[in-house]
Design a protein around this ligand. Structure first.
Ligand code: PA5
Ligand code: NI
Length: 184
């Protein structure tokens, strides 16, 4: 008799439900210095910026495994700047990642170590390949929550430090109802 293992993790709409799903929330107050107007960020410190649901079937750092996640980014502004994820390089620069749009709309900022960048529009069902040497940040430019799926290597690791110190070379603002993508 072969024992058929029943699935334990399910998609429920655009979120994941089931065993071993880890959830992490980040408030604006957790990364005020990342915003151009850090005083505005401080005034909004208790607002939810984004939450991530993750599935880590193997230990972080293990070679060859895969991690899976959904990021939900709030809609709104900090000063004139759209709410974004912190963004990071991978510790291992050869480790790529996939993102895909689930709900809402926004931008994916991809930046290399030489600070050159590209910007991809994220919409439902769009697929985005992030090269291992590209820092990646999601920006919610829409009027509803931006939900984005992700799949990356368990050995990729995170390098937040250079972003924390130097930021991205691209910021996205709203002026008079218009989106303005600026090189900084
Ligand atoms: O693995 C990823 O790139 C994502 O799951 C991000 O970790 C997620 O979007 C949150 O962004 P950050 O890690 O930059 O705070
Ligand atoms: Ni990543």
């Amino acid at each position: 008799m072969v024992n058929i293992i029943q699935p334990s993790i399910f998609f429920q709409g655009v979120s994941l439900k089931g065993q071993n799903i880890i959830e992490k929330s980040t408030k604006i107050g957790d990364y005020t210095s990342y915003y151009l107007d850090s005083n505005a960020a401080l005034a909004q410190k208790n607002e939810l910026a984004y939450s991530v649901q993750c599935y880590f079937p193997v230990e972080a750092g293990q070679d060859g495994g895969l991690f899976w996640g959904i990021t939900n980014i709030s809609s709104g502004l900090v000063g004139n700047e759209f709410i974004f994820t912190k963004g990071h390089f991978h510790a291992k620069k050869q480790c790529a990642e996939y993102y895909w749009g689930l709900e809402g709309e926004g931008l994916l900022i991809l930046m290399k170590e030489d600070r050159s960048f590209s910007v991809e529009k994220v919409i439902p069902n769009s697929l985005h390949y992030i090269r291992g040497d590209q820092a990646h940040r999601l920006v919610n430019t829409g009027s509803s929550v931006l939900r984005v799926g992700a799949c990356w290597g368990s050995d990729a690791g995170y390098d937040y430090e250079s972003i924390q110190k130097e930021g991205f070379s691209c910021r996205v603002f709203q002026y008079d109802g218009n989106i303005s993508i600026e090189k900084v």
